[in-house]
Structure formats: structure tokens, C-alpha cells
Design a protein around this ligand. Sequence first.
Ligand code: NAD
Length: 430
Amino acid sequence: MTREVNQAGNEDNTLRATLNMIKQATDLLELTPDVYEYLRVPMRFVEIAIPVEMDDGSIKVFTGYRSQHNNALGPFKGGIRFHPESNPDEVKALSMWMTLKCSLVGVPFGGGKGAVVCDPRNLSLREKEKVSRGYVRAMGAVLGPETDIPAPDVYTTAQIMAWMADEYSNIMRRPTFGVVTGKPLAVGGCAGREEATSRGCVYVAKEAARTLAIPFKGARVAIQGAGNVGGFAALLMEEEGCKIVAISDSRSGIYNHAGLDAREVIAHKKKTGSLEGITGVKQITNEELLTIDCDILIPAAMENQITAKNAGDVKAKLVVEGANGPTTPEADQILKEKNILVIPDILANSGGVTVSYFEWVQNNYGFRWDLATVNKRLEEKMVEAFNLVYGFYCEKCTGSDMRTGAYMYSIQRIAEAMHYRGWLRNGTQR
Ligand code: NAD
């Protein structure tokens, strides 16, 4: 079941669009059809029921999912989101993007993704803890540090990861913190993991700006979403000397032509849970944010936000996809015609899984890196990935977009692994 209509009133065919992109990339690479045959479905899809005794004594049964898409390159890896609109197709598409992302950035993981259908904003802390532990109890058999390693995603936090690691450790009867990443430092977390996705976005945005000769210092930036990815992106872009002109959350948006004070805005959002009540700013809608006059647009909220309806009005020179799947295929085409470079999600937001990989390595070694080491290694990985994909796109994808180049680059590596593992008896090519 695909979510039928999203908030912008558009049909949401995220899974279909992802499959089309994978198919197109395998065709352009002239890979054997067997590659697409492997990639078009998850290797395993699990649906669970999570019964929770609510604070008022009633029982509520939540639905949870885990999609394990492909593990040709290593254990399944990918976040768990808590969202009222999560559904199997969305989770499957997200797990496919994880497979592509891990391959693209060169971390030895396959792709997975999970979700619990709930609105955490309506759950108490105790209820959230019960949902988190219930998810791991029901899903434990298919998780593990060498099997499938979840992480935070929309509306899930380091605290939720800590409860999940603890529950899994209870099942295993020993501390097994490497089963999830994105944990607090006290239980095997990695320095810099919280802001890693946004830091990765900043590194690729900076490298792209350098490549396109867009001045980075002073660049005007609009950010959709003020959560983990959007919030830290605002703070880090401001640190780099960019001017944050607009930011929004699920309820409202704010704009200031002269630049917002990102620290003040994010502190206000943390304290009050909202962007309302900030003085000296103009209130804008989420739709208006996407088409505001700026140099760099960072969608960092949900899927299908830049669509055929609003892509024609996007004014940014560069779109850096902090969120997964924020641009529809129709919008991609329009942005391409307008000469706007879109750094695709599987590249732009891969800083999160990269530092998750660093966390997993440290957990396995029982060793801890300092923040400077983490950030230096992250920067090296992101800049290298951007230049490899951008170079591949310029060389092999004339007339197409960078997303196609990223899919091709990534799938080529997965196909090679499948071949060497003996999954493709007749080689990778047609
Ligand atoms: P989050 O829960 O911390 O924040 C989500 C933000 O989006 C909130 O500010 C929320 O108010 C806002 N939002 C929700 N619906 C919205 C809408 N329709 N319009 C505008 N804003 C809306 O989640 P996050 O971890 O920041 O994830 C954001 C996106 O980044 C998701 O697409 C996620 O899959 C992707 N992502 C996250 C990570 C990570 O490490 N957290 C890594 C890679 C990709």
C-alpha cells in the first residue's frame, strides 16, 4: 500500500520511482537483467505487532516494519522511523536507498530500514520506551551487529537507540551495543554522530559550490525541516559563513532576508518544540520556503516535497538533499532544465551512515576516536564520494542528472560484489 496523497497533494509513488531509477541505471550500465531482478525486491520484509500498555492502562498494538533490501556488500544497515504515515512501500524504498547509499560512499554495509506506525508527539516518554523495546523484542531474531544494524531516523533519537541496544543486550544476555548506531556516547556512541548527516551535507555542499564557482561564504540558504538534519545543517552552514534566510518545520516556517540567527532559532525550537514566537521574522509556509530566493536549498524533512507543481519556481542554484527522496522524478526533470544541480540524497545525506559505520567499527574494536578524527575521516569520505560521483556524472551521464550518475556508480559496485559472491554466474554485463 503506497501512501496515496502527501501533504503537498501529490501522488506518492516513492517505491515505483525508485524501482524505475534502479532499472534505468542497470540498463544504462548494460548490466545483466539479473542485477535488477535481485534489486527490485527486499531480501526479507518483516511486519510485527507491538502491544503496549499505555499510561492510561489501555492496550494499543502498534505495527512495525523492517525491510532488509540487499546485503551483497555487508550487513543490512539503516534507520528506524516513528511516523504515523509509514507504510511498507515507503520502508522498502528507504531500504533500497540505504543499499545504494552504503555502496556509493564505500562503507561495507547493505541496505535496511525500519518503521513503527505511530505519532511519537502523542506518546509519553515511557510509552516511547515501551514501543522501542517492543520493536526489538519482536524483531530481535533478524537484527544483530553482524546481521542488521538500525540507527535513528525521523522522530527517533539517541535515547531510543540506547533503549533498543539495552533490550537487545537483555535478549543476548551480554552488552551488545554494536547492534544499533546513533547511540549516546555513554553507551558506545560515536563523537559527532548526532550532527554527522548535516556535517556530511555541508561538506558536499561546499565541494559542489567550489566546483560550480558559487561563493560559499555568504551564500543564502533555505532549509526545510528543523529536526536533526535540518537543525544541525542550519547551525553548521552558519558556522561556515552562509546566511540562513529561511527554515521550517512540520507546522510553520520563518524567513528573514537579512539572515536568521540560526543558533537562536534552533535553541528556540529545542526549548518550545516550535518555530512560532520568534520575533523579527516573516512567517512563511513550507511551500513558500521551497521557492524562496536563495542560493542553496536543503530539503531536510520528508519525501516528495519538490514536485512538478513547485519545481518551476525553485530559485536556488544548488539543491542538497538532506532528506531522503524529497524530489519527485518530474521535479528532477524540471530542475535539470533550469540548470539547477541536485546533489542526490544517496550522496548528500550519506554522512549519517558513514559515521554510523565509524561507530560500529569502534564498538567492534572497543576503541574510541575523538571528534577531530571522526570529522576529518567524514570530510575525506564525503569529498571523495562527491568528486567520484560528480566526475562519473560529467563523463557518463550527459543529458541526464546527477541522481542517475549516483545510481549508476553505486549499482556498478553492488553488481561487482554480487558477481564475486557467485550470485551472478554469467558475469555482470549483458
Ligand atoms: P527529525 O525527526 O529529527 O526531523 C524531521 C523534521 O522535519 C522536523 O523538524 C519536522 O517538524 C519536519 N517535518 C516533518 N514533516 C514535515 C513537512 N511535511 N514539511 C516540513 N517539515 C516537516 O528527522 P531527521 O532525522 O532530521 O530526518 C529528516 C530527513 O533526513 C528524513 O528524510 C530522513 O530519512 C533523512 N535522513 C536522516 C538521517 C539521520 O541521521 N537522522 C540520515 C540520512 C537521512
